[in-house]
Design a protein around this ligand. Structure first.
Ligand SMILES: [Zn+2]
Length: 435
């Protein structure tokens, strides 16, 4: 089926931090996006494309709004949706006091399904169309999130958390069950429709060497699966890693030794790395997830984007809910701007958008399918309404370019401004709040 959407359209074609401004993005003020069976087949000026359409093609006229690619969240825990904004601890205490007790509830599949639905509806309401998601240690928590994503036709990657030490007994698996359960889940879900599987060791402190070994075997046996874990988030954690793995050169080196640094590996945080670590990540094709609201909330530190991208490491933006404090990628972009500003690194609106769309797609190795609206891509996009709130509407009247408008929306906008989210050309969440 063919559908056309008429609106202003903006998307990235390359990293505005590394490519010339005029070739890094594309803006069509009175634009048209044509979608055939879920795939973008044309994008250009409405004046040119309108005449190519047969009379029976439905044209959705949204001329006062802005179409952007759907946002991509490169690191998030769906099981922590209900413990966002839990007061006052750094990482290791926060995990024990808030995250682990909540994750234990996911042994109950009815609870897992309930949270999975709320989580994905929350993503869609905020304009996020793809995410790389931690479930919990329970295999049924993975089934719940994949079932919910399949029901919404979302491109989603998720995996069962692997952890067998330094955590409550009810949340432990072991080296053998980690391997067997993950393998069964890969067989059940990986490559089914738009779903993909991520091998998910929580972090090096909560996996024994035997478990890291079996995880490495899985990673070698299934090279087209993703790997997601945490890396160098907090100074106390980094010191503990050095004590637990005295033979390893660095935190990253622990993962490297077990074969977990490869293409499609995404490491969340990456705050305390050195040049060697970044060179290894770049050489292996591993990517970093930049989680600004989480890093600020847990007092973890400041992500060095310049060092990462300068070393050739792909970086995507991420909410890291529930250490992160919002599912909104607009909010996440605004906090990323502040984190980088404190380090003397500029973040123009177009680059913030890149980190949440095409850059995030590249971090996941999915840039040939999603991330922008070039012909051939899957038609996951959002419709942004600058006039959905008084603050954004008043500010929109004083902006002079799409960059200024986008920057104001990053700081002043919220889910009210995401007037619609489209998954492969179909409007999602039409029953939610009358949208
Ligand atoms: Zn995390």
């Amino acid at each position: 089926m063919r559908t056309a959407f008429r609106a202003s359209i903006f998307h990235c074609l390359a990293d505005p931090g590394q490519a010339a401004a005029e070739s890094a993005s594309e803006y069509v003020e009175d634009g048209m996006l044509i979608v055939d069976d879920g795939i973008v087949t044309a994008l250009g000026p409405a004046g040119q494309l309108q005449s190519t359409l047969n009379d029976d093609v439905r044209v959705e006229d949204m001329r006062d709004k802005l179409i952007l690619p759907g946002f991509i969240d490169c690191h998030v825990h769906y099981s922590q949706l209900d413990i966002m904004a839990a007061y006052g601890e750094q990482l290791l205490d926060w995990l024990h006091r808030y995250a682990y007790p909540e994750e234990a509830r996911f042994a109950d599949v009815a609870h897992a399904r309930d949270v999975a639905d709320a989580f994905l509806d929350g993503l869609l309401a905020n304009g996020t169309t793809t995410a790389l998601v931690f479930a919990t240690v329970h295999p049924q928590s993975v089934d719940a999130i994949f079932e919910a994503a399949a029901g919404r036709n979302m491109r989603l990657i998720a995996g069962k958390v692997l952890m067998d030490r330094h955590c409550p007994p009810e949340l432990r698996d072991d080296a053998d069950s980690a391997y067997a359960d993950s393998k069964a889940l890969i067989g059940r879900w990986h490559g089914k429709g738009r779903l993909g599987y991520a091998i998910t060791p929580r972090f090096a402190l909560t996996s024994s060497e035997a478990q890291l070994e079996s995880t490495g075997r899985l990673a070698a046996e299934f090279p087209d699966t993703w790997i997601q874990t945490h890396l160098a988030e907090n100074t106390e954690e980094v010191e503990e890693i050095a004590r637990q793995f005295p033979d390893c050169r660095s935190y990253l080196d622990v993962y490297e030794r077990f074969g977990l640094v490869r293409d499609r590996s995404i490491f969340a945080h990456c705050l305390y790395l050195d040049d060697t670590d970044r060179a290894v990540m770049a050489a292996r094709g591993a990517a970093g997830a930049f989680c600004p609201t989480s890093n600020l909330f847990l007092g973890s530190g400041l992500f060095d984007l310049e060092a990462m991208t300068g070393a050739g490491v792909n970086v995507g933006l991420a909410t890291d809910v529930g250490g992160g404090t919002s599912l909104s990628m607009l909010r996440t972009m605004s906090e990323a701007y502040k984190v980088l500003h404190l380090q003397g690194q500029p973040l123009p609106a177009s680059r913030a958008l890149y980190l949440a769309t095409l850059g995030a797609a590249a971090a996941l190795g999915l840039e040939d399918r999603i991330g922008n609206l070039e012909p051939g891509k899957e038609a996951d996009f959002i419709v942004v309404d600058p006039h959905a709130s008084d603050a954004t509407s008043r500010r929109a009247q004083t902006t002079n370019s799409v960059d200024e408008l986008l920057f104001s929306l990053i700081f002043l906008g919220d889910d009210r401004n995401i007037s619609a989210t489209y998954i492969q050309g179909c409007r999602a969440l039409t029953c939610l709040r009358g949208k």
